[in-house]
Design a protein around this ligand. Structure first.
Ligand SMILES: [Zn+2]
Length: 502
């Protein structure tokens, strides 16, 4: 279960992650970390290949008849089972299934390999790979079941002919390497103990210094020549050390391609760097060429190709960091502005708004652009929502249909209200405003109409435990009359215009 939806055992602490740069004392430590990460990749690939072998046996011979020696083949892919298989692999390499696996076509790559060195590496991080694989299978099964429920299929992945979403084999230069210290984390000030590697120094803001560390993900980033190691530490932070959201108020947010506008008229820009984007495009083309070349002549990726892949990853990380930073700043500002944040449901939004309404240059390929918009909207703004889930007092989602065409003053709905992209002018009452601001006001009104029924999302429910001052607005009017000042009534019909948050 992802951390953000997991309910904390105690309401007095919450989990927060922080990223630290790792400074090694000795070069051998970095090499050992790389070895552990590589071993995790091997364990993942080997267990996945074995799962496929078991699935195939079951499909061919049916349940109960597919015997391995005298033992029926177990095709379970739970963490419990996969973890046991890893333990076999590490300490009982002569187990029946290991021998059967190595003898099968799926185990061909591993047959000549000496696997006893797995015993020299830390047990828990390697075994935890089985957890990630089990999770990947669970996600796949859920997606498969959901598609089946809707009478659809997942479709076939081009690269290997498997269904889309099926766990993938990990290649050496495909992704960032890493491993996880699942529990029993030892930290001492700014020093972290990595099993079998020893103590390393962590560099970071130290925001949660002294808080108990629950889990650490160690990751190698940067390029191949210049690797940088990071530790993502999940701290258990006492609630009184966390920044609290605003006590009162509500704000609506209209998210668009490139920027978001709240009902106070504040505009949040998505960082835009055309030079960086162009650079990424160029590197992507070169990387694709290098990949195609290596595939064509059956050779591993050339040194140049690997260098380009590293440069590409570096730039993509830069872009991601910028977007994340902007999202964090925007969500913090919103959480400071109001207790309740109303957002429109991005899926309904993308469906109800045509490409004409959201892209500045209408014309060709409106359908393609609609798909593109949906993509941009979702990738850019999903994170804002996740951040708000834990930063804001309460997050409310509303249907976004016609929010851009509705007058926030009188409720008149018409396409004609929106003659230009930027401005809104009501045909009925003459109300004039920035178009996004008007949409944000409509979103806020819809959210407030839902409030009495709306259940708190994320942090809100937990924060209710902190004291009467943080109770949901609609529920404690009697105890704190001041709360209502400047607050619109929750019962007001959407778009009634009887209130103003400005
Ligand atoms: Zn109007």
């Amino acid at each position: 279960m992802p951390t953000r939806t997991a309910a904390p055992k105690s309401k007095t602490t919450e989990v927060r992650s922080e990223r630290y740069r790792i400074r090694f004392d000795r070069r051998a430590q970095a090499a050992l970390c790389a070895q552990i990460a590589g071993a995790c990749r091997l364990v993942w690939n080997l267990l996945l290949a074995d799962c496929e072998r078991r699935y195939r046996l079951h499909k061919e011979y049916g349940k109960g008849t597919a015997l391995e020696g005298a033992v029926p083949v177990d095709k379970s892919v739970s963490f419990f089972t996969l973890g046991k298989r890893f333990t076999d692999l590490r300490s009982r390499p002569d187990a029946a299934w290991v021998r059967a696996f190595l003898g099968s076509p799926w185990g061909r790559r591993y047959r000549a390999m000496e696997l006893s060195w797995l015993g020299d590496l830390p047990y828990a991080p390697l075994r935890y790979t089985a957890k990630y694989l089990a999770d990947a299978y669970t996600r796949f099964f859920e997606a498969w079941a959901a598609a089946k429920f809707q009478g659809q299929s997942l479709g076939v992945r081009k690269s290997d002919g498997k269904p889309k979403g099926f766990p993938k084999y990990k290649a050496k230069f495909d992704r960032d390497d890493g491993f996880t210290i699942p529990d029993g984390v030892r930290m001492d000030g700014d020093r972290l103990h990595i099993p079998k590697v020893g103590w390393v120094r962590l560099e970071g803001s130290g925001l949660y210094r002294g808080c108990k560390a629950k889990q650490v993900r160690i990751r190698k980033e940067g390029t191949e020549e210049h690797p940088k190691w990071y530790a993502y530490v999940f701290h258990e932070v006492p609630a009184d050390r966390l920044k609290q959201p605003a006590w009162t108020g509500a704000v609506g947010v209209d998210r668009n391609v490139g920027q978001a506008t709240d009902s106070e008229g504040e505009v949040y820009e998505v960082p835009d760097d055309p030079k960086l984007d162009a650079n990424i495009k160029r590197k992507q083309r070169s990387a694709a060429k290098a990949r195609a070349r290596s595939k064509a002549n059956g050779q591993p990726m050339s040194n140049r190709g690997r260098r380009i892949c590293g440069q590409l990853k570096k730039r993509q990380r830069k872009k991601k960091r910028r977007r994340e930073n902007a999202n964090h700043q925007a969500s913090r500002k919103l959480a400071d502005t109001a207790h309740t944040v109303v957002l429109e449901d991005l899926n309904t939004k993308a469906m109800t708004r045509s490409a004409k309404g959201t892209v500045e240059e209408p014309g060709r390929n409106v359908k393609q652009k609609a798909g593109l918009n949906r993509g941009i909207l979702n990738t850019g703004w999903g994170q804002l929502e996740r951040n708000l889930d834990y930063k804001a007092g309460r997050v409310v989602n509303v249907d976004a249909a016609y929010t851009s065409q509705t007058c926030s003053a009188c409720g008149h709905i018409s396409k004609e209200n929106r003659r230009t992209q930027a401005t809104f002018k009501c045909e009925a009452c003459g109300f004039k405003a920035n178009a996004d601001h008007n949409a944000a006001l409509n979103i806020l009104a819809r959210g407030l109409a839902l409030l009495p029924k709306a259940r708190g999302n994320g942090a809100s429910a937990r924060r209710e435990a902190l004291g009467p001052c943080l109770l949901p607005l609609a529920m404690d009017k009697s105890t704190s009359p001041t709360r209502e000042q400047g607050m619109p009534t929750a019962q007001g019909p959407p778009g009634s215009g009887a209130w103003s948050s400005m």
